[in-house]
Design a binder for this molecule. Sequence first.
Ligand code: UD1
Ligand code: CA
Length: 473
Amino acid sequence: MRSVGGSYNVISLNAGLLMPLEVIILAAGQGKRMHSRTPKVFHRVLDKPMLGHVISVAQQARADGIHTVVGSQMLDLAKQETEGAINWVLQEEPKGTGHAVLQAIPSISEDSHVLVLNGDAPLIKLDTITAILSEDPNSLVVVTAELPDPTGYGRIVRDERGLVSGIVEHRDATRSQRGLKEVNSGAMAASVRMLRPLLDRLNCSNAQGEYYLTDIVGLALEAGLQVRTVQADDPEEVLGINDRVQLAQAERILARRRAETLMKQGVTLRDPSRFDPRGNITAGLDCSIDINVVLEGEVILGEGVSIGPGCVLRDVEVGDRTRLHEYCVIESARIGSDCRVGPIARIRPGSVLEDEVSVGNFVEIKASKLKQGVRASHLAYIGDAELGTEVNVGAGAITCNFDGASKHRTIIGDKVFIGTNCTMVAPLRVGSGAFLAAGSTITSDVAGEVLAVGRARQRVISRWTPPQRRKKS
Ligand code: UD1
Ligand code: CA
């Protein structure tokens, strides 16, 4: 879709009409079938609440206005959980989808075209929206899909010529209507001029006692107006989430879409059905991701990165050819090229690992910089520290960065050897080339190139009496 004249969208290229596009998102329903204290549309699908996905697609469609209908008790959460300029419209009581649309109409100018989207249908694609908007703007357009199991959806009823004659909700449908597989997705478009009088004529004489938006189809036909349908290519697009089973289905569908995009860009996924892309992922060629990996926030992978099973990465950048072995948890960190991390390593926020760094099992790094070639192969805690190039960190080495009141830094020069079980009490500086003997507690600064030993001297006592077991009386 092209945007002409700055802020207006081209609704119909044929008719050459320029009209503002206003999107109304319906999100005020309680979502009783979720059995939750959280209103339905705020349940998350991968990285966003379902409403957030619908808002995103409306933004991508370059809507001139987005009007989201919510209940007043949801407003604070709605503002907190979504991004972008939204006109929040209150629907005090959820009296039905038609009533919800009606609440938004006063905020929309008379010359606009309206697209209604369901806040509980987060999988609709931009292509489908573009297809709706390229239909004749003088008609009412309904997005439909053929579902193998249409239970719960409104059915599209057609006459013998195949023309739409109305929409009947599942609960109001006859047995034979329930056999119809073509359903209403909930997405509809029409001009405000057409919509307003139709909405005014809605009534609530149906199984749920609600004002159904779907009834405008029958009303439009009675008034001699044109109704058109656009069938979604992919029936999954119209999935409406009413319960947690459907929530999980939507999550898998979206995960698979993102997984397929990555695979088409040259990423190997050992099993795309066991992959959780919960963020924005950029990957170079030939990355390989094993099973049960969770990627959140902004994740940037260089070329040839391999990620082992069970890793969790949140806002992480990883350089070329780096291997993250099994079960690493890495957050807000930058990892260079040719590094090896894990298995079972934890890299916490503010950490930078330069190239060729090796961090092994049960090593925790926090807010620290490890320069090129640092090796910490097992069981260490490095916090608030800077380690120079090629520093070797022995097993059990610990920076004592917290004195109970504040955090202190440890600065270690290049090629320092930190022996096994060293306790480095910060604030501390160790000069380049120094050697900290195993088991030392280092409490004051150490110059370069020296050996620092901070432990009790070993004593050997030859004449001693081993403890005796007391005899039971
Ligand atoms: C609705 C459609 C149905 C369609 C299905 C697709 C109607 C009457 N039925 O049914 O034809 O097949 O969606 O998923 O339109 N909402 C409000 N205010 C209300 C009621 C609902 O904002 O008073 C919102 C809900 O938050 C939800 C959306 O409208 O996001 C749809 O409502 P829901 O109750 O889920 O309708 P369905 O029974 O699924
Ligand atoms: Ca629904």
